[in-house]
Design a binder for this molecule. Structure first.
Ligand code: SF4
Length: 110
């Protein structure tokens, strides 16, 4: 089993930023593969739920989600991967899409 902190090996463009919140991550030292299930059906579904359970008890979930959304900003749906901030890549894409649509809706009313 590989022993990595999820965010220590991902989000490479943030290496020069503070790592303080990452030191408090619930996934620190866990097998990174848990957060990267292959697919979203069958055994992968159980793995996905296990990873999400770790995120639910993570004290820095908000920081994690904000960071990954910043890193993924401008990316299409297919480039995202893994579970960060308790959300799958698809759920993060939907969050970004919904926020964008809400902002466009508000702008349209102005
Ligand atoms: S929210 Fe999940 S992926 Fe993010 S730091 Fe916490 S445990 Fe790790």
């Amino acid at each position: 089993m590989r022993r990595f902190a999820t965010h220590a090996t991902h989000a490479p463009d943030t290496l020069d930023r503070t790592w303080d919140w990452r030191r408090r991550a619930a996934c620190l030292g866990m097998d990174i593969d848990l957060f990267h299930p292959v697919g979203d059906t069958g055994p992968a579904l159980a793995q996905l739920e296990e990873a999400k359970a770790v995120c639910r008890r993570c004290p820095v979930r908000g920081e994690c989600l904000a960071d990954v959304l910043r890193v993924e900003s401008g990316w299409g749906a297919t480039r995202r991967e893994g579970i960060y901030g308790g959300l799958t890549s698809k759920e993060r894409w939907e969050l970004v899409r919904d926020r964008r649509r809400a902002a466009e809706g508000l702008a349209g009313r102005g």
